[in-house]
Design a protein around this ligand. Structure first.
Ligand SMILES: NC(=O)c1ccc[n+]([C@@H]2O[C@H](COP(=O)([O-])OP(=O)(O)OC[C@H]3O[C@@H](n4cnc5c(N)ncnc54)[C@H](O)[C@@H]3O)[C@@H](O)[C@H]2O)c1
Length: 246
């Protein structure tokens, strides 16, 4: 495997887990997050030698950051085949209390960040005739959200729609675009967002009666990032313990 994958919001949580699994599968991984220091610490934790994990600062609200990152990766490693749009802002404000600034801030990171990532890296992939785009959606975008806010849920619904649009746009050039839609994962972000008592109630409502496993989600993303995953595109891959069935 001599392929390069870039993950946004990879300093912690699911993003770090995804970067770790891509690295384990043989990819060179560009570990990006808003702050370089956090990205660098994460990259070191994946590969202390730095040979196959490289940190970059990338704020997904800025299209120019994607352009700068792409140029830097091409200079450093000579290619880019995979982008995982993982960065997100998660808020649980009640719908009647969400103000304009907070709504815009969540959409700017989650939805517009995914748009910019697919535009910039997708154009590069289309020009080279090959690429894999994977977008992190969420069950909240399918069922309206239970523990998270309306802005978050709307952004994730939008990501599933963007995924179909980029799948159609870039498919003829060898670029696939898929979304992965997890239900609540057993991750620090979930425990921080949802009080223990409420989380226990949520688990009781999940058919398999447990929270999701981040390693499985990361493995699924690795699978979708592989060269032979060329007949799956525009799809949303549900990983939700049966909370939402199609
Ligand atoms: N945790 C869950 O149960 C769950 C469920 C469904 C979907 N997801 C999705 O999985 C992804 C990761 O979730 P998590 O729980 O690890 O979240 P997290 O909050 O732990 O991590 C998010 C990361 O994104 C980064 N980030 C925030 N704003 C950014 C910006 N403007 N530019 C670049 N990076 C930025 C943060 O610094 C952080 O490292 C998100 O897209 C989330 O919506 C998570």
């Amino acid at each position: 495997m001599n392929q390069i994958a870039l993950v946004t919001g990879a300093a912690q949580g699911l993003g770090l887990c995804i970067a770790r699994h891509l690295h384990a599968a043989g990819f060179k991984v560009v570990v990006t997050d808003r702050q370089l220091a956090q990205a660098a610490e994460a990259a070191r934790s994946i590969d202390a030698t730095g040979e196959r994990a490289w940190p970059l600062a990338l704020d997904v609200t800025r299209k120019a950051d994607f352009e700068t990152a792409l140029a830097a990766v091409l200079e450093h490693w000579g290619g880019l085949q995979v982008l995982v749009n993982n960065a997100a802002m998660t808020k649980a404000t009640p719908v009647m209390d969400i103000g304009a600034d907070e709504f815009d801030a969540v959409l700017a990171v989650n939805l517009r960040g995914t748009l910019f990532g697919c535009q910039v890296m997708g154009a590069h992939m289309a020009a080279q005739g090959y690429g894999r785009l994977v977008n992190m959606a969420s069950l909240a975008g399918q069922n309206g959200g239970t523990a998270t806010g309306a802005h978050y849920a709307c952004s994730k619904g939008g990501i599933m729609t963007l995924t179909k649009i980029f799948a159609r746009e870039l498919g003829p050039q060898g670029v696939t675009c898929n979304a992965v839609s997890p239900g609540p994962m057993d991750l620090p972000s979930v425990h921080a967002l949802v009080p223990d008592e409420r989380l226990a109630q949520i688990v009781q409502g999940i058919p398999v009666r447990k929270l999701g496993n981040a390693d499985f989600v990361a493995d699924l993303i690795v699978r979708l990032a592989m060269p032979d995953a060329d007949f799956v595109t525009g799809a949303t891959w549900d990983v939700n313990g049966g909370l939402f069935m199609r």
